[in-house]
Design a protein around this ligand. Structure first.
Ligand code: IMP
Length: 425
């Protein structure tokens, strides 16, 4: 039995992890986010209500679960407090069951502005970020001038670090971007106020989780974004700035790899991507419109339309490797219900060479032609089906073929946004 499970996105994010984590949370005691920030948008449908979470782990929707925002996450405290207030409005309590790591780095207003200014100024290399300040905050973390949650409670140190950061940043803002200076006083005051509100939630995340594991509690590690957006293993530089793969669960929470028993990857039955970057199996416009509207493919954080395409087994095989996936969950199978024929990409072809493993060369990724296998569609409604064996033959055939091509077992299939529209295999 797997006590401690990591759930990761195995494509470019938005695979439907929110719903899957919500379901797996029922059996977990702790649910922990380990990377990213409020660039993520996890949508969970409970009854008639759609709840979108950006920073707080989806486990919060179940009573009695301890939810932790790990040290690998970058926290915009203003966004966190707004999310806590939003949850309270929805009568979801976070008192006593939401904790945040004292080692997590903080997003400041200058990170958010810099994120947007960079994208505007350097249009040619634009990444299409969410504009939430994620990249600039991780940049500060790795250049060792970042400010962590713990620093807020040492006033002298916080003041010094903020002063030093702002001196450097204000010079860059003025000289490179012609942007007005930020006021130290107003940022300092705001962050001291935020610090007071979040203080009861602050813990040593590693100690809390390791103690829980020793007591045989079940921990669910909740990945955000997806494998192909991982800073090391994704389509660099069109990626996010953190390790969204399973390795991130260890460094982003302070738990050793020997403590994680199982890794599950979530994939959509097709592929989507938000933002810029190569996408070999992207649809042409007619199919794009069709699947985007059937699958409601619009970003949960920015509302941007998602780019859609055929299932890409080259990308998911890569995800199976870099995450060590034990099993996969296929979501949104019902979105394909009306398709008479489906294509699955089995390799890329470029300049006479066939690529079956993920190429690092961006030119190949931009220009390669996908090698497709065609499978018959099932052309019937699957959204009310309760058992895998009751799915149309061609739908089962599609799932079995994906399993074979990616090299991992499908354990769960989602056929709608409701919790009960889930098939367990
Ligand atoms: P950033 O994380 O805001 O820096 O954005 C970098 C890239 O990751 C952009 O292409 C974003 O659209 C993408 N991205 C970030 N978060 C998500 C997410 O939760 N789902 C899907 N794409 C995301």
């Amino acid at each position: 039995m797997a006590n401690n499970i990591a759930v990761v996105g195995a494509q470019w994010g938005d695979e439907g992890k929110g719903k899957i984590i919500d379901i797996l949370s029922r059996d977990a005691d702790y649910v922990v986010r380990y990377q990213g920030g409020n660039n993520a948008g996890h949508t969970v449908v409970v009854g008639n209500e759609e709840i979108i979470l950006h920073l707080v782990p989806s486990g919060i929707l179940h009573k009695g679960k301890i939810c932790i925002i790990g040290n690998g996450v970058v926290i915009d405290p203003e966004a966190l407090l707004a999310e806590i207030d939003y949850l309270k409005q929805k009568k979801i309590s976070v008192n006593g069951n939401l904790l945040i790591s004292e080692e997590a780095h903080l997003i400041f207003p200058y990170h958010k502005v810099l994120d947007k200014l960079r994208e505007e100024k350097f249009r040619k290399t634009k990444i299409g970020t969410t504009g939430k300040g994620i990249g600039p905050c991780y940049t500060d973390k790795f250049s060792r001038c970042g400010i962590r949650v713990a620093d807020l409670y040492n006033r002298k140190l916080f003041r010094e670090k903020l002063e030093c950061n702002m001196e450097e940043k204000n010079a860059i803002f003025q000289k490179v971007y012609g942007y007005n200076k930020f006021s130290f006083d107003s940022i300092y005051r705001d962050y001291i106020r935020f610090a007071a509100r979040i203080k009861p939630l602050v813990v040593n995340c590693s100690v809390v989780i390791n103690e829980a594991i020793r007591k045989k509690k079940k921990v669910l590690f909740e990945g955000a974004q997806g494998t192909l957006l991982d800073i090391d293993h994704g389509t660099y530089p069109f990626v996010t700035s953190s390790n969204s793969t399973s390795g991130g669960a260890c460094v982003g929470t302070g738990v050793g790899p020997t403590r994680i028993d199982k890794v599950i990857g979530v994939v959509k039955a097709y592929t989507t991507r938000v933002g810029e970057g190569p996408f070999p199996t992207e649809f042409t416009s007619r199919l794009m419109k069709n699947i985007r509207s059937r699958g409601k493919e619009f970003g949960a954080t920015t509302g941007r339309p998602r780019r859609c395409g055929w299932f890409d087994t080259v990308g998911v095989r890569h995800a199976v490797n870099v995450n060590g996936l034990d099993g996969i969950v296929v979501t949104k199978l019902d979105v394909l219900d009306k398709m008479p024929m489906l294509k699955v990409c089995v390799a890329y072809s470029y300049r006479g060479k066939t690529y079956t493993s993920y190429p690092a060369d961006l030119e190949v990724l931009w220009k390669a032609k996908p090698v497709y296998e065609e499978l018959p569609g099932w052309e019937s409604d699957t959204s009310g089906i309760k058992e895998f064996s009751k799915l149309p033959k061609n739908a089962r055939g599609y799932i079995r073929r994906l399993e074979k091509l990616v090299g991992a077992r499908v354990e769960m299939i989602s056929i709608g946004s409701e919790r009960n529209q889930t098939l367990f295999i």
